[in-house]
Each structure stands twice: as structure tokens, then as C-alpha cells.
Design a binder for this molecule. Structure first.
Ligand SMILES: *[C@@H]1O[C@H](CO)[C@@H](O)[C@H](O)[C@H]1NC(C)=O
Ligand SMILES: *[C@@H]1O[C@H](CO)[C@@H](O)[C@H](O)[C@H]1NC(C)=O
Ligand SMILES: *[C@@H]1O[C@H](CO)[C@@H](O)[C@H](O)[C@H]1NC(C)=O
Ligand SMILES: *[C@@H]1O[C@H](CO)[C@@H](O)[C@H](O)[C@H]1NC(C)=O
Ligand SMILES: *[C@@H]1O[C@H](CO)[C@@H](O)[C@H](O)[C@H]1NC(C)=O
Length: 573
């Protein structure tokens, strides 16, 4: 009876040409006010993510080719093989194309597989097509105006064919102010337990980091892989600072060593005095300074010719461009520090999932994609409720990337530990995703951690989510050059770059020996906790100390498995 009734209801919806809401929000985010309806003739350039043919199959393949011991370990897919998984089905294409055609619209593909398409249309067309109400919204702080809608719908018959239409309900996010501060050091036992040169703690240079983690200083020969460092928002890397850095800290290598450029969306590297970045420039210094002999490529995703590419779009375009290459860089670090947002809650679930799908495709291609664990602790200081909500960093929370949080090792300390430990004020991200479920490679450790801290379904964070970080490395506060002067900075972007440099060297060793590269790292990492230095104490408060996870023996939501040991990692390969 119930089934019959449902059937009737379904029929009625279809017969009436019903619409289903794809995404909606109650209000514009903090700072934006609706000014009025968007002018009907304004042109919108929308992107549609069509349902990929077999994302589940692709994800299974990622686990097979990335898990040591699996018969397919290291058998990464070609560009065409990945496209075979993600191209939309013929039914999907037929349905979407006939819908657009009925509305006198055409589309053009944005990716080779055709899973992203672009449609240009007027506001009045979009309002009809999507049962939307595109309006002009202005940000009170910046005066930036955008055309967005608070809700949009698609025909019910296309519900399983379209994942997301962008940009619609997602608003630009204002740059977060830095909350890092330095305060006096608190205590860890001061009997030094690490065998490290006595002048290293508190003075982190490339040589000291090489010593701490056992990173070789001999050049990778022959060069067999590339390390990509991502930048966004038209910031670029200052070559003079790189040269000054290498002269001072790597006198044993050619101080003229530089990097090549991949430009996406008109990303720049113009070396003009204004605009050198405080984010990617230091990351390139550590990439070139630690991944000795590995060619480094700066992957600069800009804002497009007319400035129309916002940072969310750049986050989509960057991995999708890398997927279009016959051979993407084998190791990529995406840890841009100047980015306008970094919290998962800044993304709608559909947008985060679409971006994460691109990282899964890079994983299938054998790319080790390494991201920062976040710089604001376990909670979001910018949340509307103010300093309350537990939140994690994205893309760190995507299950197909490796998330790296930060440690510190100060002058008066006996050993390395979580960055918050010594009261430096800096604290690194960690916690549980509200969007992505716990991936199977975490089943070996995360339930034990939840038990150790007494977390239950009633806990205020989502115990079923993907947990971060995976590992950690020094993030406080390595020496860098800025304006050709030495200074230092905190950030999980350093931690991610240090680890990516180690992975690039290990990958080089493998490929030079005729073996496949390391690819998606997490299954390997979770099989080999002993390749990392565990930090059983520490916590990651970041929001008036209100919310924080605590360290435990083994994996924890503060430092993951801890910091990497090069020789032990190499032994596991
Ligand atoms: C599409 O174009 C045709 C011919 O110009 C016109 O008759 C029709 O009304 C248009 N349909 C829509 C939905 O705009
Ligand atoms: C925004 O516009 C107002 C009114 O025109 C002006 O006073 C203010 O300085 C502007 N703010 C910014 C950040 O440009
Ligand atoms: C680096 O380049 C400069 C200018 O081209 C040159 O004078 C210098 O000799 C080079 N240094 C090395 C170590 O090759
Ligand atoms: C908790 O995470 C899961 C994914 O693991 C998600 O489906 C669910 O919506 C999340 N719950 C909340 C309250 O956000
Ligand atoms: C971390 O430890 C503090 C102090 O014991 C405690 O109040 C807090 O609840 C712990 N955090 C979690 C997430 O268990």
C-alpha cells in the first residue's frame, strides 16, 4: 500500500515536471547583505559537475594501487583510464543536453572526461532554468559585490545526473586574520632526549631539519620525479629571496637553483616588487632547500584574465589541470598560507566532494598530494557562533590527501612535540570531518583513539568523520628570507612542505631504481606507524582554548602518527 502510494507520488512529480532543490542556504554568510535582484541581462558563467560514471570503482582502484601488499600496488592509471571512470554515462549526457537544448542553451566541456561542463546564460534564463533568485549581494567590509542565489533546483529527472552547479550558493570568504602569536615557553622536560645538534632547537634551518629527520643532503640523481608547490591568488615566488636563502642555508648546492612554472587561470610569476607572496615564497625555499636535486615546479593558479576566478574555482581548476597532463608532478604540496579560507564549513558538502573527487583521480594517477593540517587548532574562531564550533581544515579532510600538522622544538626543550605544547601560541589543526566519512585505512587507529579520549555519539564533534592530521612535522618557526632579510614564520604550510620534500626524495630513489613512485601515501603511512616519532602529549587549542584534542600514545588528532624518520620510511618501502 505504502509502496503503491509512493509510486503514485513519484509519478505525479515526474508528470508535473517537478524540481528538486540541489543546494540551499538560509542566509548569506556573515558580512554579505542582499542589495536587490541581479540585473536580468547580467551574464553568468556557471559550471555543472555531472555525475561521474563510476566514482566508487575509481576509489576502490585507488586503494588497490596505493596499498602495499596489494597485487596491484604501484600500478597507477593513465589519464585515459581515469577518464574512463569519471566520464558521465550516456544517459546522463543525453538527459542534461536535452534539458539545456529545450532551454536554448549550449554547454562546453571543462575537462577531457566531460564531467565538468560550462554554461553561459543570463540571470533571467538562470532564474527560470534553476527556479533560482539570483541577487546582488554586497560585503559590508570589502564592498565586493557578487551575484548569488540562496537556493537552486534542477528537474527531478536529473537528480542523479548533476552533482552541483557553481557558483550559486557559495560566497567568497574574506581573508582570515592571522591569530598566531608568540608567548613564553611552557614546559616539556628539559633533559634532551633527541640526538640533535644543540644549536638546532629554536633555530630551524634546512640543515637542522635534515638532521632532525635524517633527510639526505646529497642530490637526487638521476632526477626521476618533480615536486609541485601550489600557489593561488596571483601571489608569486621571489627569486632573489630564494637565492639569498640557498646562499645562506645551502652553501653546498648551486644558489642559482630555481624552479619552473605551471600557470593555470593566468597565474603569474612576474617578479614585480609588489606581490611576492608570504605564503608560497617560503614554501619554495624549503622545497628547493630540502628536496635536493629534485626539480621543483611552482603551480600558480591565478584569478583569470578578468579576475573572475575566485579561490573556490581555483581549487577546482588546479587539480583538474594537473589531471589533463600526461605526467603530473609525482609529489604535490598544496598548503597555501595566504588563502582566504581554510575551514571545511566554508564549503558546501557538494563543492568539497567535487574537489575531493579530483584529488582521488590524482591519487589514481600515482600523485602524492600533501596538504597542510590547518593553522587555527581544533575549532573555528570565525564561526558565526563565535569561537565554538569544532571545525577542520579543507582540503585536509578529503580522505585522498595526506594532511600534515605542525610540531615545534624550542631552544629550552628536550624533544620535539605538538606545536601548541610549549605555549608558542601557534597551534595546528586536527579533528573530525563533518562531510567525509572515516576512510578504511583509519579503522586501525581512530576507534582506539576515540575510546582513549572517551568520545561517544554524544560528543560535540563528528566521531564518524575522516580524522586529521595523518602526520606532523616542524611548523614553528623555520628561518626564511623575505625582502632578502632573514625572518621566521609559523605554519602547517612548512610542515607539509618539509614532508613533501622527503617524499619527493624517496619517490626519486624508487623511480630511479625502476620502481613505481609512492602515489597516495595514507595506506602506506597507516601500515607503518613506527616510521614516525610519536608525541603522546600536547593539544591543539586555537579558539580561546575552548576546544582542543589531546595527544595519546599512537595516532591522535593533534599530531597524527607524529613526525617522519627518513631512514625508517625508506626501510618500509
Ligand atoms: C527557444 O528559442 C525558440 C526559437 O527562437 C523560442 O521559440 C523558444 O521560446 C525558446 N525557448 C526558451 C525556453 O527560451
Ligand atoms: C565602501 O564604500 C563606502 C561607501 O562608498 C566607503 O565609504 C568605504 O570606504 C568603502 N570601503 C572599502 C573597503 O572600499
Ligand atoms: C649565479 O648567477 C649569477 C648571475 O647570472 C652568476 O654571476 C653566478 O656566478 C652564478 N652562481 C653560480 C654558483 O653559478
Ligand atoms: C557526520 O559525518 C558524516 C560523514 O561521516 C556526515 O554524513 C554527517 O552529516 C555528519 N554529521 C553532522 C551533524 O554534521
Ligand atoms: C582534553 O583534555 C582536557 C583537559 O583534561 C579536557 O577538558 C578536554 O575535554 C579534552 N578534550 C577532548 C576532546 O577529549
Amino acid at each position: 500500500m505504502l509502496k503503491a502510494l509512493l509510486h503514485v507520488l513519484l509519478l505525479v512529480t515526474v508528470v508535473c515536471g517537478g524540481f528538486v532543490v540541489l543546494e540551499r542556504r538560509d542566509n548569506p554568510p556573515n558580512g554579505f547583505l542582499r542589495v536587490g535582484p541581479s540585473p536580468p541581462a547580467t551574464i553568468l558563467n556557471l559550471r555543472l559537475a555531472l555525475t561521474q560514471n563510476d566514482m566508487a570503482g575509481l576509489q576502490e582502484t585507488v586503494y588497490d594501487v596505493s596499498t602495499p601488499g596489494n597485487a596491484r600496488y604501484g600500478q597507477y592509471l593513465s589519464k585515459e583510464q581515469v577518464e574512463g571512470f569519471v566520464a558521465p554515462s550516456q544517459d546522463t549526457l543525453n538527459g542534461v543536453n536535452s534539458w539545456l537544448k529545450t532551454n536554448n542553451l549550449t554547454s562546453s566541456p571543462l575537462t577531457a572526461a566531460g564531467d565538468w561542463i560550462a554554461v553561459s546564460l543570463t540571470v533571467s534564463q538562470a532564474n527560470t532554468l534553476l527556479a533560482a533568485d539570483f541577487s546582488t549581494f554586497q560585503n559590508a567590509g570589502t564592498n565586493q559585490t557578487v551575484h548569488r542565489t540562496l537556493s537552486y533546483s534542477i528537474p527531478t529527472t536529473l537528480r542523479t545526473s548533476i552533482n552541483i552547479i557553481y557558483p550559486t550558493v557559495t560566497f567568497p570568504v574574506a581573508k582570515h586574520p592571522s591569530i598566531r602569536k608568540k608567548t613564553s615557553a611552557a614546559s616539556r622536560p628539559n633533559k634532551r632526549t633527541s640526538a640533535i645538534s644543540s644549536d638546532c632547537p629554536g633555530n630551524w634551518t634546512p640543515a637542522c631539519i635534515q638532521e632532525l629527520y635524517g633527510i639526505p643532503s646529497t642530490p637526487a640523481t638521476p632526477t626521476a620525479n618533480t615536486l609541485g608547490v601550489c600557489g593561488f591568488d596571483n601571489e608569486f615566488v621571489d627569486i632573489h629571496d630564494l637565492t639569498a636563502f640557498l646562499k645562506t642555508y645551502r652553501p653546498d648546492i648551486d644558489s642559482n637553483t630555481t624552479f619552473s612554472l605551471i600557470s593555470i587561470d593566468d597565474g603569474i610569476n612576474n617578479q614585480l616588487p609588489s606581490g611576492a607572496s608570504s605564503g608560497s615564497s617560503p614554501m619554495i625555499q624549503y622545497a628547493v632547500g630540502l628536496a635536493t636535486g629534485v626539480p621543483v615546479v611552482f603551480i600558480s593558479t591565478g584569478t583569470g584574465q578578468t579576475g573572475s576566478v575566485d579561490t573556490f574555482t581555483a581549487f577546482l581548476d588546479e587539480p583538474n589541470y594537473l589531471l589533463s597532463l600526461a605526467q603530473p608532478p609525482q609529489t604535490v604540496v598544496q598548503a597555501f598560507d595566504g588563502v582566504s579560507f581554510e575551514f571545511e564549513s566554508d564549503f558546501t558538502p557538494q563543492l568539497a566532494e567535487s574537489i575531493c573527487n579530483s584529488y582521488a583521480q590524482l591519487a589514481a594517477r600515482g600523485v602524492s598530494y600533501i596538504v597542510k593540517g590547518g593553522d587555527f587548532g581544533a575549532a573555528n574562531p570565525f564561526s558565526p557562533g563565535g569561537c565554538l564550533a569544532w571545525d577542520v581544515s579543507f582540503p585536509a579532510s578529503c580522505p585522498f590527501v595526506t594532511a600534515v600538522s605542525a610540531t615545534e622544538f624550542l631552544a629550552n626543550e628536550a624533544s620535539e612535540g605538538a606545536m601548541s605544547n610549549a605555549g608558542s601560541g601557534g597551534t595546528a589543526g586536527g579533528g573530525f570531518s563533518n562531510i567525509f566519512a572515516r576512510p578504511r585505512y583509519q579503522d586501525t587507529v581512530v576507534p582506539a583513539y576515540l575510546k582513549a579520549i572517551g568520545a561517544t555519539d554524544a560528543s560535540p564533534f563528528n566521531i564518524s568523520g575522516r580524522a586529521i592530521p595523518d602526520i606532523s612535522a616542524i611548523g614553528h618557526s623555520p628561518f626564511i628570507f623575505q625582502g632578502e632579510t632573514v625572518t621566521s614564520q609559523d605554519g602547517t604550510n612548512f610542515a607539509a612542505t618539509i614532508f613533501a620534500s622527503m617524499i619527493a626524495l624517496l619517490t626519486n630513489e624508487r623511480i630511479a631504481a625502476g620502481k613505481p613512485g609512492l602515489g597516495f601515501l595514507n595506506p602506506l603511512i597507516y601500515q607503518n606507524p613506527t616510521a614516525f616519532n610519536d608525541f603522546p602529549t600536547g593539544s591543539n587549542p586555537g579558539c580561546n582554548d575552548a576546544n582542543a584534542f589531546n595527544g595519546t600514545v599512537g595516532w591522535d588528532a593533534v599530531t597524527g602518527f607524529g613526525s617522519p624518520n627518513y631512514a625508517k620510511l625508506r626501510d618500509k618501502l
